[in-house]
Design a protein around this ligand. Structure first.
Ligand code: MRU
Length: 405
């Protein structure tokens, strides 16, 4: 049986606008009620879209950031080279800091900057893309730099699409026929340039006729599971049941979950994984019930500069997302609110990490991941990262001041 209501690739969460002057994104804040696409053309528009989760999911924000750098610099192509380069640095810094936890964003921005700053040419090309044509740096004008940046952003998108497929292929053998699979948040096509990460093996299993069913945690407080995962699976005919987050453990106890697959925002060198808040609780419940717990992520999500998940910065989001979510006040003004967007799942709770490079199991050795590209750029940025970012240890979730935004 083929679940072929619509081809998987029809969801394009982020791409160039037809005139090339904008980043076209699906407005994910409107789903599932409305399907609306927006063309982001300025630095402000791109930063606001990333911050506001119009475009979201670790790989998708990396792609949007890279494309956003290009379109936001386009109006400045007439500037003298020195001023243009100053704009490039300013825009890159603004985009990079919009969301701190998903390493894909800083990885993509650093890769873009590196592409046009190295006298020796671009960083080592990925196995997924043709080697780019690069001008010698001394010949570059702002327009030529822009052309190279556009080529790099397009490569990041194309590579992500290819990595999603590889994740699907590597994950497929882990999904037996008639499986009931639980997932958290949305790590599907809406979150990537391709068919997703956690959802990629599920799409492929469905295509192979394995008759899979999905339990989608609703994923409080912003409901990426019920709004987005359920939407994208339903549209291709994959059976999906939405759960309040608190239901997952008792479904496991009832023997109704065969395996769990989730995505990741950053994977530390020891295999600890940052992902959407609530992932850790799912992993603890899965371990208690003896259910395999898989993480699926592309090479661009691995961060070899961090020894463990304790070093991953956890994004703290606005009080209003908890206290006034979706149009109602659901906590008194006097109550304090904690709203960390992500948590850390320790490596010991993870059965395996499915990547484009294969299925990794403990003890983890990610040295082949990304053909070393992550390691090369990571080594260059590690000092800067360590000096100017405030690291919030994952074990201490800071409680914002009352009523703070
Ligand atoms: O806050 P979000 O919606 O961007 O969080 C998304 C997640 O946590 C995903 O699981 C993760 O980015 C992987 S997406 C392939």
């Amino acid at each position: 049986m083929r679940h072929c209501g619509l081809p998987m690739q029809v969801i394009e969460a982020v791409r160039w606008s037809p005139d090339g002057g904008g980043v076209r994104v699906i407005d994910q804040t409107k789903l599932p009620e409305q399907f609306e696409e927006l063309d982001l053309r300025t630095l402000e528009e791109v930063c606001e879209a990333i911050l506001g989760l119009v475009v979201r999911g670790a790989p998708a924000i990396g792609i949007a950031g890279a494309m956003g750098l290009v379109v936001s610099l386009q109006p400045h192509a007439h500037l003298p080279l020195g001023e243009f380069r100053a704009k490039l640095a300013e825009h890159a810094a603004r985009l990079r800091e919009t969301r701190p936890t998903a390493v894909n964003l800083s990885w993509a921005i650093d890769r873009m900057v590196q592409r046009v700053s190295e006298p020796g040419g671009p960083p080592q090309s990925s196995k997924y893309s043709a080697p780019p044509e690069t001008l010698s740096s001394s010949l570059r004008t702002p327009s030529q730099i822009l052309a190279e940046l556009r080529q790099e952003a397009s490569a990041i998108l194309a590579e992500d699409r290819a990595m999603c497929r590889r994740i699907g292929e590597h994950g497929l053998p882990l999904i037996p026929a008639n499986s009931h699979i639980l997932t958290h948040c949305n790590a599907g096509a809406l979150a990537t340039g391709g068919i997703g990460t956690a959802l990629a093996p599920i799409y492929m299993a469905a295509e192979a006729g394995r008759n899979v069913e999905v339990f989608a945690d609703e994923t409080r407080p912003l409901f990426q599971g019920s709004r987005l995962t359920a939407w994208e699976l339903s549209r291709v005919g994959i059976p999906v049941t939405v759960l309040a987050d608190s239901v997952a453990a008792s479904l496991m106890r009832a023997g109704r979950v065969d395996l769990v697959i989730v995505g990741a925002d950053r994977i530390a060198a020891n295999g600890d994984v940052a992902n959407k808040i609530g992932t850790y609780a799912v992993a603890v419940a899965a371990r208690y019930h003896g259910i395999p717990f898989y993480v699926a992520a592309p090479s661009s999500t691995f961060d070899p500069t961090l020894a463990s998940g304790d070093e991953i910065e956890i994004e703290q989001r606005a009080r209003s997302e908890i206290a006034n979510g979706f149009g109602r006040t659901i906590a008194p003004d006097s109550a304090r609110v904690a709203n960390p967007a992500f948590d850390i799942t320790p490596a010991e709770l993870i059965t395996a990490i499915i990547s484009d490079t294969g299925v990794h199991r403990a003890p983890y050795d990610f040295s082949g991941v990304g053909d070393g590209q992550q390691c090369i750029s990571a080594a260059k940025i590690v000092a800067a990262k360590k000096s100017n970012r405030s690291v919030c240890a994952s074990s201490e979730v800071p409680i914002p001041a009352p009523n703070s935004e």
